[in-house]
Ligand binder design. Structure first.
Ligand code: TA6
Length: 305
């Protein structure tokens, strides 16, 4: 890992990447290259925005998000690790693991020949000694983000301990849509899912319409999901690797209004389509074993015919 001074020197030399401090002291990297603009918070290594030039913003960020260091930020792409949703045995543990509201380290920034900007971040386990209460095992966790015409994320994890570990994880992507009530998501129709609304497993042969409270964990699927948005006249393509689960969530009005960091009307303009390994798709890593979960987000035009 490069010393921070070296990273600072690298950033100074790059016009495409600026280090900004947002309200409340949140440290954010702002990228603006030939292809797109993006922002990434060092808290949680969380991509907060992605906007290819000439396109509408692709990711949704709540207008009432907590942008204070140490809080999870409602929107963008939170990193959920080493468990997804509530901890299966310890309900008192933080939801979605313990890395999304903690400071990560920026290890490298590379401006690529094709104009893409690649950022390499890692979770400094030893800087957060209190996490042994949640996870005594030794691990290595990295996130590589490449900002280009599409956005790619690679979440790399290694069990560097001597015990077998079971991990559930998600890149919990919040997508911006023109009107959730008019959107449909295809790619998971016909796949078995756990419905967190009913608490039951089900299969739905139709495309998914997030026009009400929906919270589904699709299982054993490696398929690309596509958000079809007739209002913004675009498709958002969500391709993945190293992931067997796809989660689709919209809290809709009542639940959105119950969350202070979710603006009351925000549910109308978002849908979560998350790249995950959850429930029966949990990862079991042997000592020394690594796993990479990849995500590529791209946008194409979509006309309603
Ligand atoms: O991914 C869907 C979900 O697990 C929902 O059940 C809901 O809890 C959502 O994540 C948001 O969780 P958060 O802890 O960020 O409020």
């Amino acid at each position: 890992m490069k010393r921070q001074t070296e990273i600072q020197q690298q950033l100074t030399a790059l016009t495409e990447v600026q280090w900004q401090e947002w309200e409340g002291g949140l440290q954010v990297l702002e990228i603006n290259n030939d292809h797109a603009k993006a922002t990434i918070s060092l808290i949680g290594a969380q991509v907060l925005s992605f906007q290819p030039h000439g396109q509408q913003p692709v990711l949704w960020l709540s207008e009432t998000a907590n942008l204070q260091p140490g809080k999870s930020i409602r929107g963008g792409i939170p990193v959920c690790w080493p468990w997804f949703a509530d901890h299966p045995e310890h309900a008192e543990f933080p939801a979605h693991g313990f890395v999304r509201d903690r400071l990560w380290t920026l290890d490298n920034v590379i401006q690529q020949d094709g104009g893409e900007t690649r950022l390499c971040l890692s979770f400094p386990q030893h800087d957060h000694s209190d996490i042994t209460q949640y996870w005594p095992d030794s691990f290595a966790l990295t996130l590589t983000v490449t900002v280009g015409a599409s956005l790619t994320l690679e979440l790399g994890m290694q069990n560097t301990g001597d015990q077998i570990v079971k991990i559930t994880t998600a890149l919990h992507s919040y997508f911006q849509v023109g009107n959730a009530a008019e959107v449909f998501v295809d790619g998971v129709e016909g796949m078995r899912y756990f419905d967190k609304v009913t608490g039951k497993y089900a299969v739905d042969s139709s495309v998914v319409k997030p026009d009400q409270f929906i919270d589904r964990v699709y299982l054993d699927t490696t398929e690309e999901a596509v958000i079809n948005d007739p209002v913004l006249q675009r498709q958002i393509h969500i391709q993945k690797s190293g992931s067997l689960s796809t989660v689709i969530w919209n809290p809709w009005s009542k639940r959105a209004q119950a969350m202070a960091d979710f603006d009351n009307e925000g549910y109308r303009n978002m849908v979560c389509v998350e790249t995950a390994n959850a429930l029966e798709n949990a990862l079991v890593l042997q000592p020394g074993e690594t796993h990479v979960m990849g995500l590529e987000i791209g946008v194409t035009r979509f006309k309603v015919y």
